[in-house]
Design a protein around this ligand. Structure first.
Ligand code: PMP
Length: 390
């Protein structure tokens, strides 16, 4: 059966609402027109409510999550600075690669096995021994679906001079995350994840501590486009309702972001966290009923935005995912060392209970077609146990 409208359940890009998609097709305005200034100004102000910060400054730049990762590093660190990278998987490794490009002194703490979680005590011990310019942490490492202990680690880093950089690409606006309360200094995400906008925007927040660290730099930032000092007057101007130019903003993408931000705030940030938690829990109950094992070694580590699931013995990656497509649902394969061993389901952004139920049904069907013995409907029943109680 040919599927004309597949259900996109990968960990980004995610499904956008029709209002967000329609916003993209509005006539492109001049980036210095009063109408666009109004839209961008409102977007920047409202983003603070989603990032749960009153203190941090927001930057919206054309680019993807990787650009935001690199921006967080180049603006804070100078040659020879010490950086502590806390890694729960593939995107922690990426931070290491970025820092090595800039000749930083990298201390890399990684979990022994993917699925485990860096413990705050490990971070405390390391910070007592050595001074760092920055500590990086991936909130939800998309390769494993483990949600890091951001709050607890933030409590520790705040007592040092280090800037606490959190990669929220697979978390922000889905997983519970609070810049001010959790002492995050730089938080960034990309538009295509839980923010619910097509790929194309990097969104960053810099706390006063991060901006002060930038101000104290001895050498200029080694990139022109990524220099936050060149962007800050532009973001300030837009917020204050003035025109300013450094590099042309992606006007139509910002319309889409404006629309999505409005929808997120209509739902309410806390409500949105709750929806993600419930859908993720329902999904995990379904997986348990199907006797499938998730990547996080402890259920408490499991993220609300993405779940990585080991294939049961005898089920092959390609055959399973081809069957999923035939069932109308697109899921992702594994990344890095879990490639071929797991599949990943993204459940973030506009995800609703019916999406996860359709996904569970497709998983059951595909597993059966791949020769794995289950009782059809067992996963759906377990998920409904959770979903009918909300
Ligand atoms: N960090 C995390 C946690 C991610 O999930 C991703 C993308 N999957 C990135 C960084 C990189 O983002 P992008 O692909 O938009 O460059």
């Amino acid at each position: 059966m040919k599927i004309e409208r597949p259900l996109l359940m990968i960990p980004g890009p995610t499904i956008c609402t029709s209002e967000v998609l329609r916003a993209l097709s509005k006539p492109t305005l001049s980036h210095v027109s009063s109408k666009f200034i109004e839209i961008f100004s409102e977007t920047l102000k409202e983003l603070k409510k989603i990032f749960l910060t009153e203190k941090a400054e927001i930057f919206v730049i054309a680019g993807s999550g990787t650009l935001a990762m690199e921006m967080s590093i180049v603006n804070i660190c100078e040659s020879g600075d010490n950086v502590l990278i806390l890694s729960n998987g593939y995107f922690g490794e990426r931070f290491k690669e970025i820092c090595e490009r800039y000749n930083l002194n990298v201390d890399y703490i990684e979990v022994k096995e993917w699925g485990e979680n860096i413990q705050p005590e490990t971070v405390r011990e390391r910070l007592e021994k050595k001074e760092y310019k920055a500590v990086t942490l991936t909130h939800v490492d998309t390769s494993t679906g483990v949600s890091a202990k951001v709050k607890e680690i933030g409590e520790i880093v705040k007592n040092t001079d280090a800037v606490f950089i959190v990669d929220g690409v697979c978390a922000t606006a889905g997983e519970e995350e609070r810049i001010d309360e959790w002492n995050i200094d730089i938080l960034f995400t990309a538009s295509q994840k839980a923010i619910g906008v097509p790929p194309g925007l990097a969104i960053l927040a810099f706390s006063p501590k991060a901006l002060e660290t930038y101000e104290k730099r001895k050498e200029p930032v080694k990139s022109y486009f990524m220099d936050i000092g060149l962007w800050k007057p532009i973001m300030d101007a837009y917020i204050e309702g003035r025109a300013a130019y450094f590099a042309t903003p992606p006007v139509n993408m910002i319309y889409a972001l404006h629309e999505s931000v409005k929808q997120i705030l209509e739902e309410g940030v806390e409500e949105r966290f709750k929806r993600h938690q419930i859908i993720a829990k329902a999904f995990r109950e379904a997986l348990r009923a199907l006797e499938l094992q998730i990547v996080p070694v402890n259920e408490e580590y499991a993220a609300s935005t993405v779940t990585g699931i080991y294939y049961p013995k005898g089920v092959a990656d390609e055959e399973f995912r081809t069957n999923m497509i035939e069932n109308g649902v697109i899921v992702a394969g594994g990344l890095g060392k879990l490639k071929g061993k797991i599949f990943r389901v993204g459940h973030m952004g506009t995800v609703q209970p019916s999406d996860i139920l359709a996904t569970i049904a497709a998983i059951e069907n595909s597993l059966i077609k791949c020769g794995y013995k289950i009782k059809p409907g067992a996963g759906l029943e377990a998920a409904q146990e959770i979903l009918t109680k909300i």
